[in-house]
Write a protein that binds this ligand. Structure first.
Ligand code: EPZ
Length: 432
């Protein structure tokens, strides 16, 4: 059943809100449990659609899943006996390729449908294939299946031509059970990459250097279960910080790791937003029109590409022109067509968007094209004058756990509604 958000803008967000566990850590940690045949307890798991899909795939592979509460679950992988993940469900998300890295160390033949995920660019997997091949696996992608065969991986050196979160994590997963030491060069350093490595080390892996450009993984023969709590979601935290500033509100965003937010915090201070950091929370308040700033997205610790779309919306009513350079994905400006319907003035040239600040946005009917575009359009609706109807919100549910409830608790006027079949009034077409 299709749903939409109906948002009445103009309400400053006020109060406190807690961030859920990190999606991009959870979608790797859950498949990583397959590296061992044991029992795990994992806390702070975000209850989002991508996680629900992964849990269903794990169950189909023979894992036993038990929810202790909404965000804590146990996983028992002792009866998983196949590396065949040719499950159509796996097509729905990008992270399904982590089953390859997680299973190739235990099973000699693993296959998963080629990954889906947000349509923000071509999203190749050549670096994943390069790393697995370097470790000694035979990899092919015939018939739309990411397929790897190996009779034992051997540690080696892998140079990533481009910093890749997914490839860094996937090759780390494969390397933990390879014979000998693997060195990953030009590795990704995102907080969720570090979180996955910390989880693997708690399982008995020997990973050093994660969070730097060079990660060393000493292969081990076996791993075991563990209890773990996933880090707070850097991107949800940033989304909520931006929503607070965009609505001229005053919000304490709790359960964050402030240092993970440094790039956004720095930019918000430049814009003239008041940002105060505490041990595990950040207070964002703003009561004036923002200054335009320039943003370039880069791998961590640079400005996160996942916050580029919400930040573009925030800057759409700033004083002056902001230049946004999207260095990571080649087509991550789809939200701009939608905010133009709301009055935004943006020109795009390839990976550069120039946002000319306007007085205000006005409500309109808009649609999400991907997860973070959807989040950006919620923020646009919250800050706009009048009513906004946001369609295709299934994209948003993939990465945020009922974000509307968190926003309502902060004073937003946002409702999730069923999309009624548009009543096409009956009329005879002339000239047919
Ligand atoms: C992860 O995607 C995240 N998804 C993305 O978040 C995030 O935008 C991205 O990292 C960058 O931070 C998950 O973790 C599930 P990459 P991933 O490999 O791993 C190129 C969200 O909204 N590349 O770091 O797919 C690629 O085309 C999602 O939560 C290759 O060329 O991103 C891109 O230009 C959207 N070859 C760049 O590297 C490869 O083999 C970075 O991609 C792999 C990637």
């Amino acid at each position: 059943m299709e749903e939409k958000f109906v948002i009445h803008g103009g309400h400053p967000l006020k109060g406190e809100v807690s961030v859920s566990g990190a999606k991009n850590a959870a979608v790797a940690i859950l498949p990583a449990t397959l590296l061992a045949s044991d029992v795990f307890t994992i806390e702070n798991v975000p209850h989002i659609d991508d996680v629900v899909v992964l849990l269903n795939i794990l169950k189909r592979l023979g894992a036993k899943i038990n929810f202790i509460n909404r965000t804590t679950l146990t996983i028992d992988t002792r009866e998983v006996n196949s590396g065949n993940v040719r499950i159509k469900l796996a097509k729905r998300l990008r992270a399904s390729y982590y089953f390859i890295g997680s299973l190739i160390g235990r099973f000699s033949d693993v296959g998963v449908y080629l990954p889906g995920g947000c349509d923000i660019g071509s999203r190749p997997i050549d670096l994943h294939i390069k790393g697995l091949t370097a470790l000694g696996a035979k990899v092919d992608t015939d018939y739309g299946i990411f397929h790897a065969v190996s009779n034992g991986l051997k540690g080696t050196e892998v140079y990533f031509d481009q910093v890749s979160v997914g490839a860094t994590i996937n090759i780390m997963l494969a390397a933990v059970r390879a014979k000998g030491t693997t060195v990953l060069i030009n590795a990704a350093k995102e907080p969720h990459v570090v979180d996955v490595a910390n989880f693997l080390n708690l399982m008995g892996a020997k990973i050093r250097g994660v969070g730097t450009d060079i990660i060393r993984i000493k292969g081990v023969d076996s791993l075991h279960g563990c209890n773990y709590s996933i880090i707070p979601d850097q991107i949800e935290a940033g989304t909520l910080m931006i929503a607070a500033a965009a609505t001229k509100g005053d919000v304490l965003v709790k359960n964050v790791v402030p240092v993970h937010m440094d790039a956004l915090t720095a930019k918000m201070l430049e814009m003239g937003v008041d940002v105060q950091e505490f041990d595990d929370s950040i207070r964002v308040s703003c009561n004036k029109r923002l200054n335009a700033v320039n943003i370039k997205t880069y791998p961590y610790p640079g400005f996160p590409t996942d916050l580029q779309q919400p930040a573009t919306v925030l800057l759409s009513t700033a004083l002056g022109a902001s230049v946004i350079v999207e260095n990571i994905f080649e087509s991550r400006f789809k939200h701009i067509d939608e905010i133009r319907k709301m009055g935004a003035k943006v020109t795009i040239d390839d990976r550069i968007a120039v946002v000319q600040g306007v007085e205000r946005l006005t409500g309109s009917q808009v649609k999400a094209s991907d997860l973070r575009a959807g989040a950006a359009l919620i923020i646009a609706g919250l800050m706009a004058e009048g009513t906004t109807e946001l369609y295709n919100i299934q994209y948003i549910d993939r990465g945020y756990d009922h974000i509307e409830n968190k926003l309502i608790a902060l004073g937003a006027d946002i409702k999730r509604e069923k999309v009624e079949e548009e009543s096409i009034e009956e009329f005879e077409l002339e000239f047919r």
